[in-house]
Design a protein around this ligand. Structure first.
Ligand SMILES: [Zn+2]
Length: 387
């Protein structure tokens, strides 16, 4: 049995151990330091553990431009979103290509060292409209790029500690670890579900449809930086655990987390999320409606359509599983989509996001056709405490 090949062919590992790590720590004491933003810290971890394979560091100018224009690295490998290191301009001014710099977290602890190969002007006018399909500063991904520095620092990184206080350490498995877990379970095909929300009945249905066609299911929530009105990761994790405990076959289901910062780039981010899951050893990736979208910037199924511009088998390698919007149908007495049910909207159990939040704040469970009661109770506790 062989697991799926990582993106670009080799699973990257930029984490030094033992004497190599001690030597780098010693060397770093004499280096000038760059303090990473929260997103850059998550990106450093994603590079270090191989989740961003084939990247070995922060991207240079040729890759940056090619990614923005063509969704490919300069060598042609598919890559949809730039991964940049953009310190404050006064810091960037002191950085010279050819030298090494310590990379520190926000409180000054050493994460790793970058060997700078390049410093180049950050072409936000190229990045923003291409990656986000909008220049509206109200878009959280656009706003994040606008706030970044005006120079990008590129080069490979070597990491001594990917993070000092990992959230959910028991669930924070690296691609090498999930690959081992899949092999130990004898799964040759695995579906993954990306989520940054609690899982209600509709998404439970998608994950179980996917599991009907693969050996295993990886529920893989994003726990990196999200926008402030998203539900906090610890509340979501409690929801995932109670849902899996009560409603999933545990021999076939794994829950681990992914330390990626959200970009809210919709279609391009769907490609990124899929490629990352391939690195984790996943073969099938669930793409629902408005994947990684925000507001009304992207068409409902744009994130599914974007895969069609590639030779999926050759260039993407992981199989996207496209799903339509699903709901409970009272006439069918089950979860359905427009693809499977002939009945009209009047038979569907539909609740808007606002309606759900109002119910939770009032201490009321949404109907069981919308949300499992165990999940609803966790969200009620959170909504009432946050009031
Ligand atoms: Zn129906």
């Amino acid at each position: 049995m062989s697991l799926i090949t990582p993106h670009g062919g080799t699973l990257v590992n930029r984490i030094l151990e033992g004497s190599a790590a001690s030597a780098l720590r010693d060397q770093a004491k004499s280096l000038a330091a760059i303090t990473l933003s929260p997103r850059e810290q998550f990106d450093l971890e994603m590079i270090a553990i191989g989740a961003f394979s084939p990247l070995t560091g922060f991207q240079g100018k040729a890759d940056f431009e090619s990614v923005c224009r063509n969704l490919r690295l300069a060598d042609g490998t598919v890559w949809p979103i730039p991964v940049t290191l953009t310190p404050a301009d006064e810091v960037a001014a002191t950085i010279n290509p050819g030298q090494k710099y310590a990379l520190n977290d926000s409180v000054g602890r050493l994460l790793g060292v970058i060997t700078v190969t390049e410093k180049y002007a950050h072409d936000k006018a190229l990045e923003i409209p291409n990656v986000y399909r909008t220049e509206d500063p109200a878009h959280p991904g656009v706003a994040a790029v606008q706030k970044q520095g005006n120079f990008c620092i590129a080069g490979p990184i070597d990491v001594v500690q990917a993070t000092y206080e990992p959230e959910f350490p028991d669930f924070r498995k690296t691609p090498a670890q999930t690959r081992e877990m899949f092999a130990a379970k004898g799964w040759s095909t695995v579906s993954a579900f990306q989520t940054r929300n609690p899982i209600h009945r509709a998404h439970e249905y998608l994950t179980k449809c996917a599991l009907e066609i693969t050996d295993g299911l990886l529920i893989h929530p994003l726990v990196g930086e999200t926008k402030s009105d998203d539900i906090p990761a610890d509340v979501r994790m409690a929801c995932y655990k109670v849902l899996i405990d009560n409603y999933y076959n545990k021999d076939r289901t794994l829950l681990t987390v992914m330390p990626l910062a959200m970009r809210y780039a919709g279609p391009r981010e769907a490609i990124l999320h899929a490629l990352i899951r391939k690195n984790y050893g996943v073969t099938h990736f669930i793409v629902g409606r408005d994947h990684a979208g925000v507001g009304n910037y992207y068409g409902t199924y744009d994130a599914q359509k974007i895969f069609e511009q590639f030779d999926i088998a050759k260039e993407i390698g992981i199989t996207p599983l496209n799903f339509e919007h699903s709901t409970w149908c009272k006439t069918c007495e089950g979860m359905v989509s427009a693809k499977t049910c002939p009945h009209g909207p009047e038979t569907k159990v539909f609740l808007s996001g606002t309606k759900v939040r109002d119910l939770l704040k009032a201490g009321q469970r949404p109907p069981m056709e919308f949300s499992r009661p165990e999940v609803a109770d966790i969200l009620i506790k959170w909504a009432q405490a946050a009031k």
